[in-house]
Design a protein around this ligand. Sequence first.
Ligand SMILES: O=C(O)CCC(=O)C(=O)O
Ligand SMILES: [Fe+2]
Length: 262
Amino acid sequence: MEEMLASTRRFHELPREEKMAFYSRDVTRPVRYVSNGRLLDRAAPADWRDTLAFHVPDGGLDQQSVPPVCREVATEYLKQTLKLKNKLAELLSDAAGLNRDHLSTIKCMESQTMACHYYPPCPQPHLTIGSSKHTDPFCLTILLQDHNQGLQVRNHDRWVDMPKSAQGALVVNVGDFLQLITNDKFKSVEHRVVAQSSTTRSSVACFFGPGSENKYRLYGPAKELVLLGGDHVEPVYREVHLVEFLDYFKSNGSPLSHFKLS
Ligand SMILES: O=C(O)CCC(=O)C(=O)O
Ligand SMILES: [Fe+2]
């Protein structure tokens, strides 16, 4: 984990020309470097951060497309987080009152995207934000942070600082799509990263959602949760596929209220 953070830093601290070989705003590219990635998506403040993003295709990443400074570590880290995700899928299925294999059977966490973020010191942190407020749209996020603070979560109408991560600790976030599948049993949480004047912060977020072969598959609240034991619980959301869900997210932020059944 320390090595993953160190190689994230190593990439972002390369000379500009070397990083620019990976620069692209084309979200279909498996490996791309971008500055202020959400700038064109919606009317939000510019994010004071750079990101190296990996979208692992079905057949796995082509090693040659990964920057040499982080090739070995990133490949291993992707493998380990995939294993952890499989374990978490079992635990979360169980905790939601579903069969242990439910979330893996419905294939809602098969795709893996990794964002290696770098937040440089900001001369006027009160005028901007490291990462603007959002909920993660997929099912699950596994987040690794260095020892610099900045991440905040929304608790009612207050922003609360996440305590510094203990060494070796990961933060696991429920995303909007999992909230929909669990019919609000699990809640996605709004979060943001504040800009800092003197520290450089690195973090690595791995996101899991339905894979490309299931991007048009309809997902809705798990039937087992809305008809549990004969006690009828109303489904909160209508069925939706990932493409429609993400389209809404890109222009408007969290899609949950939009897909609510009235
Ligand atoms: O940098 C962080 O700690 C959070 C990043 C984040 O929220 C995201 O990539 O969705
Ligand atoms: Fe996030």
